[in-house]
Design a protein around this ligand. Sequence first.
Ligand code: F6P
Length: 747
Amino acid sequence: MRLLRLSIRFVLPLVILLAVVAYGVIPLVDSLELKWFVRDLDMRSKIMVNTMEGPLADLLVSNSKDKILAYFTRIRQDERLYAVGFCDLDHQLLYETQAYPQDVTCKDTLDLAPNSSAVRSFSSGPLHIASASIESNGRRLGRLLLIHDMSFIQQRSSDTKWYVFYLFAGLTAVISLVTVLVAHFIWKGWMAGVRALLKGERLLTPLTHDEHAPELRPLAKDLRSLVQALESDRRMRDESQISWTPASLKTILHEQLAGDQVLIVSNRQPYAHYWKDGNVVVQVPASGLVSALEPVMRACSGIWVAHGNGPADREVVDKRDHVAVPPSHPSYEIRRVWLTGEEEAGYYYGFANEGLWPLCHIAHVRPTFRSSDWKHYVAINERFSQAVYEEATTDNPVVLVQDYHFALLPKLIRDKLPTATIIMFWHIPWPNAESFGICPWREEILEGLLGSSILGFHTRVHCNNFIDSVDRLLEARIDRNSSTVSYGGKMTAVNPYPISIEWPLQWLHGQRSIPECRTKLREAYGMTPDRLVGLGVERLDYTKGILERFMAVERLLELQPEWIGKFTFVQIAAPSRSMIEQYHHFTAQVSTLAEQINKRFGRDGYEPICLRIQHHEPAQVHECYRGADLCVVSSLHDGMNLVAKEFVGARDDEQGVLILSQFTGAARELTEAVVINPYDIDQFAAALHLGLTMPKVEQRARMQSMRGLIQEFNVYRWAGRMLIDAARMRQKERVMKHVRRRPSLLN
Ligand code: F6P
């Protein structure tokens, strides 16, 4: 039936074309042909006249009738010459050959100009008549008439008509047949392609394997984008309908990942063991990464592979280097990986923190790259990949790799466990392609990261910077619409997943009330109960803008001396990476500046800045959050910054002001904070004043809104989104495997 439709669709125009040929082209050809023949006869007649003129004149002068008639008969033997006649000067037909047409009289041809010809119709049919004057020695003797039969022209014309018609008919038939067949096959292939597209087939394949016909690729691309837009829309709706708690995360694990094994890998471990007075004690390190992932791991169970850096760590592990945590109610295990001092110096202090850390943060500290550090970095990444491999109980676990210490790990794991789902989360910013390009091992790092199934950053800007770096440095296929990179036949989704904190915060459990915390904080630092307190909580790191914040405090006291004695800034600073010269130097700078300001504005029993360089346990930190009037996060550059979110999370009284650097990822979400540029010290000082004088009603309004946001977008949602995406990816891979096994489905 479709063939019939196709035939009609393609044959009909060709039949119409044939009709046009029959009624337009053939008459045209006919008239042209007639013209050519008449011209031919004119020529022939002229040549004959030229040939006959002399002999005929002689014969006429000799008046030899027989000879003349014999001459005419000879001439007449030309098959196309119908008759020859001669008219005397009285217009009488004097001589004529046999079969001379009686109706062609000398008088009738008088109108013909001398030595010319014409086609005339007679009862016997159309005749070509040529008339030529015959003279002898300048004396006119009469007119020679050469009559050609035109009927053979008619015959030829009719033959030609049929030839042309048959030729066009034949051509038409062949063209129709070829067209119909070609159209049929193209249509068939195209329809199969469109059908496959609409069924979603091959939309799932990585872009490197785009098997669609070239003309279908734009359509496939649009459909892919549409599917992705619908998916992300559905995901957003799905996500917002879930109330994100440890329980919902567990449900996702069981329902969407069918209870698949979850492994986390990070350099920093969530619990470290130390010696204290001859006993082993546990410490939770000051790390945003740990505070975000620990609750996730409590919810998911599984194994957390990390560097065992605590002095008493080896005391508590079993023979597989495992220890169950949290110590009070174990719900998951840490698998400790051991490093020598030299390895730690090269991999952690060297390549990760003197190379990648300053490379990724715009804090004006020059990165240092050493080949020896790189070698350790490669070796330790390999060691961790081996540990992951040993811990995997299936060949396709979900592995969550954390941060810049493990840029090579995704690829190394992929080599050992090709079907694992590897989610890599980069906790720090990703620089622009030009800045990243200065790293001597830039290609290796990108290739390592592209071993991941999903690569996460805090913000879209960092995702785009990463994609730009790949674009500049690798031969990869990039789809910016879907934010995917295909490299070496493997696709990586590059997505923003803004990290957050647990909600509600475990550290609020059993916490003192806000008034108690206020009192405790002031007592701890020897302050009067009415003192207004600003708080900073950080690792001692040059990216955190600690010097700038001290300068802002100094400027505030300079410009508004009424705050002297009434306002104190408490800086809790955990010692960090102190083996690195930059950090050493920075610690000294921070201490010196605090001393200078205290000297300048300090009074009896009053110090504007209280700097405490020591480790604080999370519960202590949260007590400080609850006791302060404002919290300052003034990073010069920060992926997210969880201190900002923790402060908001700790303030269930909906009071307190957050002063937040515009260069943190958090500033994109916590827009009700007082946002500052930490380099602008006057603006920063004004923000401190604003915070100290902000009416309670305004504090409440801002805090309520920020708390609402963190409650909704908590760390369970952060992890849940990545796990849901991973589950979808696994599902797609399963479908693809199935489809590949049954290629007939694609045809
Ligand atoms: O900001 C990146 C990061 O890994 C954080 O996640 C974490 O807070 C911090 O660095 C920890 O640094 P370190 O492990 O070197 O003490």
